[in-house]
Design a protein around this ligand. Structure first.
Ligand code: ADP
Ligand code: MG
Length: 255
């Protein structure tokens, strides 16, 4: 399992620095969680890692995001966003297989290979949506839609998964269920999860970082004990949650 090493990352928009000289290692096969207030630069950092900032006209970027084993990172990344980004006129099955169909020369005929079809059906069954394959997204709940988005992420089968507040719009119970499901299904992948929920970060992160300030910098990581997803009735987790909330409150006040 390879680490992803972000070295000396700097980004500014219109000459205003978002972050400067930032270093971060995503440990192979582990979840790294990143907390931070709105507008601090979380999505920008994710885009930097995915190599997407270069396409922004006013962005000035330097630094590297590389795999420790020297293989190109771009081809190894799947992305999951807060908005499920489902296409409303496609069924659940068609949304899950969208990547394969876009890359396929038979896209116009709306066909996918039998192997991809089987894989999509297997994944939909793992996220508990076998009975919704032919539904349109508009007929699904928010939690079901995000499970489709998770299925589409799994369909890409990439070792590195970048998640930008994927559970942010869900109610508390649905969010817990999806956290558990994502942990199970993304076992052994290298995950960077962005969240503004300290409890979510502490439940899921092998390492938890906080991005703060202008330009933004990373605090030292918190390394919660035990395997993920951590149980909510774990007294150590709850005590860590209290400490982290206090720390975030003081840091925000000091800015
Ligand atoms: N394409 C862009 N052009 C100019 N400014 C941008 C662009 N994208 C983001 N920003 C600015 O960069 C800062 C960080 O944005 P973002 O990374 O989206 O923050 P976060 O995800 O932490 O809420 C914000 O001030 C935002 O307005
Ligand atoms: Mg964001």
């Amino acid at each position: 399992m390879f680490d992803v090493i972000i070295k000396d990352a700097s980004l500014s928009y219109d000459k205003k620095p978002v972050f400067e000289g930032l270093n971060l290692t995503l440990k192979g096969g582990q979840w790294t969680c990143l907390l931070g207030g709105s507008g601090v630069g979380k999505t920008s950092l994710l885009r930097f890692i995915a190599g997407l900032n270069a396409s922004s006209r006013d962005a000035s970027v330097s630094g590297t995001a590389l795999c420790q084993d020297g293989v190109e990172l771009n081809q190894r990344i799947a992305w999951m966003a807060q908005q499920d980004l489902l296409l409303p006129w496609f069924s659940v099955l068609d949304n899950v297989t969208l990547g394969q169909r876009l890359r396929s020369s038979v896209f116009r005929r709306q066909k996918i290979s039998p192997e991809h079809l089987k894989k999509a059906k297997d994944i939909l069954s793992r996220v508990g949506l076998s009975d919704k394959e032919q539904e349109l997204p508009q007929n699904l709940s928010g939690g079901q839609r995000q499970r489709v988005a998770l299925a589409r992420t799994l369909m890409e089968n990439r070792p590195v998964v970048l998640m930008d507040e994927p559970f942010g719009a869900l109610d508390a119970i649905t969010r817990l269920n999806l956290q558990d499901l994502a942990c199970e299904l993304l076992h052994n992948r290298t995950v960077l999860l962005i969240t503004h929920d300290p409890l979510e970060a502490l439940r899921l992160g092998h390492q938890v970082y906080h991005l703060q300030g202008h330009p933004a910098r990373l605090t030292d990581p918190i390394i919660p004990p035990e395997a993920i997803p951590r149980s909510l009735d774990d007294s150590q987790l709850m005590s860590l949650h209290g400490q982290l909330l206090e720390r975030l409150r003081h840091e925000e006040a000091a800015l």
